[in-house]
Design a binder for this molecule. Structure first.
Ligand SMILES: Cc1ncc(COP(=O)(O)O)c(C=O)c1O
Length: 400
């Protein structure tokens, strides 16, 4: 296409006064509908697992719901807490526990500087949370099968202010990559090389979210046990993208010792857990099979959306950009030529397409190469998505 033709197409899109949004990885209405039968599932019966669901208690959650978390995180249910609706909130609570009380040693409030390794590009809310808590963030590049472990090991050996790594091991946000067994094994050994209260934050937000045949994720907790680092990991998951986003169940899993140290902090912050919502989830997703069946329905909806994205992106000249082809999760990570992302973002914005701000996928909002854009195609209708992708590729071509 000539420059003139691209400009003409862009002008046509401007004239349509569009209002489209690809900013956040949220389920579509069609997906949310899949879980609607869960709402009335208790039929006004409030005893479950031998518990009165209506009263305080069970800070670790109902056993049957902890078992659902155990399926997601590949661990014994006794190592799981089911509480709250947001795994991001549980992540923040663990950091608070580390600061104010300590989990595997001194409370971090006694240290002058705390640093975290941040595989990039990564989840924007992880980075904004760490930044808000005053934690220094250090970029570690992702390599397609997880973080650059040579680099991570080198960093933790020489800088003892590094006390954690925060990662999304499966269908990573936004790159979609799944960590290899080699990376998991080295990640599990990382605390041995680092400061002794080093913590791995293992956010398995997309653990059952395949929409195509996907690489299987190994079990890091087993590697940790072998390396004697099982007290140095906390794992997270939630049903935000399984049932209702923001109205599901969140899970935290860790060794018995880490869990009990965390609980001694956590139990001062709440009196129990929402067992009514937990019982609904346990009845709705009663075993591995019913979970798989439910996720198959999600994958049918999602795979179509990612096909649309790929169809449009593949119209771009091959030297202009590269992008990921995920088999699960909620995102496509798009890299323009260095220096072009902000321009593409602006062109999209002017044409009525909102994208996640450039830099959001990096600590401190700074993409060192100004080239990464996150595409979140899940929430909008397929018709709108086609229009959004038309705006996106036209803007990329115009910027390029
Ligand atoms: C990697 C990752 N972790 C956590 C979350 C938020 O999960 P929750 O709703 O359980 O807080 C998201 C949402 O996009 C995410 O992408």
């Amino acid at each position: 296409m000539t420059k003139k033709e691209i400009e003409k197409n862009y002008k046509k899109l401007l004239d349509q006064k569009l209002n489209l949004d690809l900013t956040r990885g949220q389920p579509s209405k069609e997906q949310l509908k899949l879980s609607e039968p869960m709402d009335q599932i208790l039929k006004n019966k409030f005893n479950f697992d031998g518990e009165d669901l209506r009263n305080y208690g069970l800070i670790k959650g109902l056993d049957s719901t902890r078992k659902l978390g155990a399926i997601l995180l590949g661990i014994n249910y006794k190592n799981v807490i089911a509480n709250g609706t947001s795994s991001l909130n549980l992540t923040s609570m663990v950091i608070q526990a580390l600061f104010f009380k300590g989990i595997n040693g001194e409370a971090w409030k006694h240290y002058k500087k705390i640093s975290f390794l941040c595989p990039v590009p990564g989840y924007d809310r992880h980075f904004s949370l760490l930044e808000m808590m005053g934690i220094n963030m250090i970029n570690v590049p992702l390599k397609g099968d997880g973080p650059d472990m040579d680099y991570a090991e080198k960093l933790v050996k020489k800088d003892k202010s590094i006390k954690g790594i925060i990662c999304v091991p499966k269908h990573s946000n936004p790159t979609g990559e799944t960590y290899s067994l080699k990376v998991l094994e080295r990640l599990a050994r990382l605390p041995k090389k680092a400061s002794k209260d080093f913590m791995i934050f293992y956010d398995n937000a997309y653990c059952v979210h395949d929409f195509k045949k996907s690489k299987k994720l190994g079990n890091i907790f087993n590697f940790c046990k072998k390396s004697n680092t099982s007290n140095n990991i906390v794992m997270f998951a939630s049903t935000s993208k399984i049932t209702f986003a923001g109205a599901g169940i969140s899970f935290l899993a860790a060794s018995e010792k880490t869990l009990s140290n965390f609980l001694s902090f956590y139990q001062n912050t709440r009196v129990g857990s929402d067992k009514i919502n937990q019982a609904k989830h346990s009845k709705f997703l009663k075993d591995k099979k019913s979970l798989e069946k439910h996720m198959d329905k999600h994958s049918l909806v999602l795979s179509k959306k990612f096909e649309i994205v790929e169809k449009y992106l593949s119209k771009l000249p091959s030297d202009m950009a590269n992008w990921t082809k995920p088999t699960g999760g909620y995102f496509v990570s798009f890299n323009s030529k260095p220096g072009k992302a902000k321009k593409i973002y602006k062109l999209c914005e002017n044409a009525g397409l909102k994208l996640t701000p450039v830099g959001a996928t990096f600590p401190y909002g700074k993409d060192p190469k100004n080239q990464n854009l996150r595409i979140s195609p899940t929430k909008i209708s397929n018709l709108e998505l086609k229009k959004a992708m038309e705006v996106f590729i036209t803007s990329v071509m115009l910027a390029g």
